[in-house]
Design a protein around this ligand. Structure first.
Ligand code: IYR
Length: 228
């Protein structure tokens, strides 16, 4: 059944009875997932090797199962493979990043970024075989061009991107959450409608054979979890 915007429709509940997983299996699955996700790293050096497109499509399908405000699913995932379009995105992103790294970010921000080793060069935008440019739909535009409000758009799209990164990692792919700022050029290059605002650019592929990552330490769980 094709989804269409639901406004003012009655509540129509359907049963939800997933089979219960035994505790032993839950514990095993959670521990295994925890260990696998602990291996995920943001990658900035990509191989140009091709990736099966269906893996990326399936990961986007996972992201699109995310919960969203009023179930409005306020996201669009633009899958960019065209080398010419990727080159234009890289050029525009590097122009913005040059201004950012040359001072726009300010000393405090630049010093926060220093341990990550990032700079204004963004070769991943043309090296990685896929770019997923995630747009948030700030509102819904109906056939008459009328605007309808979307709710909790940042939260909804943030959750979807988290699920996308998880799915890509579990499928054996590397990704980078890239947020060039300002991102307006993405709407122009990708010709997106006025209800959409770029949220992140996610290069996807395999790490370059000589890829390195910063030696980051995750917070201990007791710094993250508070029991009350
Ligand atoms: N958008 C810039 C700067 C940047 C900002 C943060 I916060 C990061 O965690 C990483 C980078 C860039 O992509 O380089």
């Amino acid at each position: 059944m094709t989804w269409t915007p639901i406004h003012n429709q009655p509540y129509t509940p359907v049963p939800y009875r997933p089979e219960r997983i035994p505790d032993s299996e839950s514990l095993r699955a959670a521990a295994e997932l925890r260990a696998r996700m602990d291996q995920r790293r943001t990658v900035r050096a990509f191989s140009t090797d091709p990736v099966p497109e269906q893996v990326v499509i399936d990961a986007i399908a996972v992201a699109a199962t995310a919960p969203s405000g009023a179930h409005q699913q306020p996201w669009t995932f633009v899958l960019v493979t065209d080398p010419e379009v990727r080159a234009r995105i890289r050029e525009a992103a590097e122009e913005e990043e040059r201004i950012s790294y040359d001072g726009r970010l300010g000393e405090e921000w630049l010093s926060a970024l220093r341990p990550l080793g990032t700079d204004k060069h963004k070769p991943h935008l043309t090296d990685a075989p896929y770019l997923i440019v995630v747009f948030q739909q700030r509102f819904y535009l109906d056939e008459d061009g009328e605007q309808h409000k979307h709710y909790y758009v940042d939260e909804s799209v943030g959750i979807a991107v988290g699920m996308l990164l998880t799915a890509l990692h579990l499928a054996g792919l590397a990704a980078l959450t890239h947020t060039p700022s300002p991102m307006r050029f993405l709407s122009e290059v990708l010709d997106r409608p006025r209800n959409e605002k770029a949220f992140a650019v996610i290069p996807v592929g395999y790490p370059a054979p000589d890829a390195t990552v910063p030696n980051l330490v995750r917070k201990d769980l007791d710094q993250v979890i508070v029991r009350v």
